[in-house]
Design a protein around this ligand. Structure first.
Ligand code: IPD
Ligand code: CA
Ligand code: CA
Ligand code: CA
Length: 279
């Protein structure tokens, strides 16, 4: 089976499980803080994804969010440990757990594969809308099998952009508010839906023209970044350096408004929080 087919099967199986439990009472635990939650469904979905991926590709490595200890330092260490593997799957079983917990219908499964650190396949699946975003390196990006491309907006002032508020690092939310205050009058409007990977898929499909957020992990970004590249967009860190799987502070756009968004973030001093975190 191709890598993409395996990823699709894993995402659909996990999505089915998530859909069944969406409007039921959940067992919710706090991880690093009250902002950082996990449920038994996140864990079961990750297990299911692991089973599907490893039964098809037993020699591949998996970096899954719920297999990693909570907190920024542990997440960074886990990536360093895993990135040496030739084939690495980066898995977020539910991106948007807070939404899932509250019954706010905006979350997804995100599965990306890198080969020698280069993204080769990615799937973002929204189980409630049954929207499957897929991409393979060099083969374009698709939504439910139909080709997608980024928006045609040429200016930030005409762009709908999105951002998010990180669960982990202290201070990150405050920095992001600075970015929002500065960006808000410069773009058409700003959304913060609470699922980074789904926002990236929306950039790839032209529903948003840009997205930025500080302090995300490889499992949030891998699949969506490939979708955007394959859909004709651009993905970088907040200083404009090209995306690689270690980037945590992300700017992702249709390409045309990228430099304008980078410049606005720089002006607002919202590109990072100067504490040594990788930007
Ligand atoms: C979170 C979501 C959220 C973002 C957080 C992420 P999770 O992922 O993507 O939108 O703001 O930074 O951690 O924990 O729901 O998988
Ligand atoms: Ca989480
Ligand atoms: Ca996530
Ligand atoms: Ca998650």
């Amino acid at each position: 089976m191709s890598y993409l087919k395996t990823a699709i099967r894993a995402a659909r199986e996990a999505g089915e499980l998530i859909r069944r439990h969406t409007y039921e009472a959940k067992e919710v635990k706090e991880k690093s803080s009250v902002h950082d939650l996990v449920t038994e469904v996140d864990q079961a979905a990750e297990e299911r994804i692991r089973d599907v991926l490893l039964s098809a590709h037993p020699d591949h490595a998996i970096l899954g969010e719920e297999g990693v200890e909570a907190g920024v330092e542990a997440s960074k260490a886990a990536l360093e440990e895993h990135r040496v593997h030739e084939h690495l799957w980066m898995v977020d079983p539910i991106d948007g757990t807070t939404n899932f917990v509250h019954g706010f219908p905006f979350f997804c499964v995100s599965i990306g594969l890198s080969r020698r650190e280069e993204l080769v396949a990615g799937v973002v699946y929204d189980p409630l809308r049954d929207e499957l975003f897929t991409a393979e390196k060099g083969k374009g990006a698709y939504l439910n099998g139909r080709p997608i491309c980024v928006s045609a907006e040429q200016e930030l002032s005409h762009s709908l952009v999105a951002t998010g508020f990180p669960a982990g690092a202290k201070g990150a939310r405050r920095v992001n508010v600075k970015g929002i205050l500065h960006l808000s009058p410069r773009c058409r409007n700003i959304r913060a839906g609470g699922a980074a990977a789904l926002h990236l898929a929306y950039v790839a499909s032209g529903r948003l023209s840009g997205f930025w957020e500080l302090d995300l992990n490889a499992w949030d970004l891998a699949a969506g970044s490939l979708l955007i590249r394959e859909a004709g967009g651009r993905v970088s860190d907040t200083l404009g350096r090209p995306y690689d799987i270690g980037v945590r502070h992300i700017v992702a756009t249709n390409g045309a408004v990228h430099d304008e968004l980078l410049a606005a973030l720089k002006e607002s001093e919202a590109t990072g929080y100067g504490d040594g975190l990788r930007v």
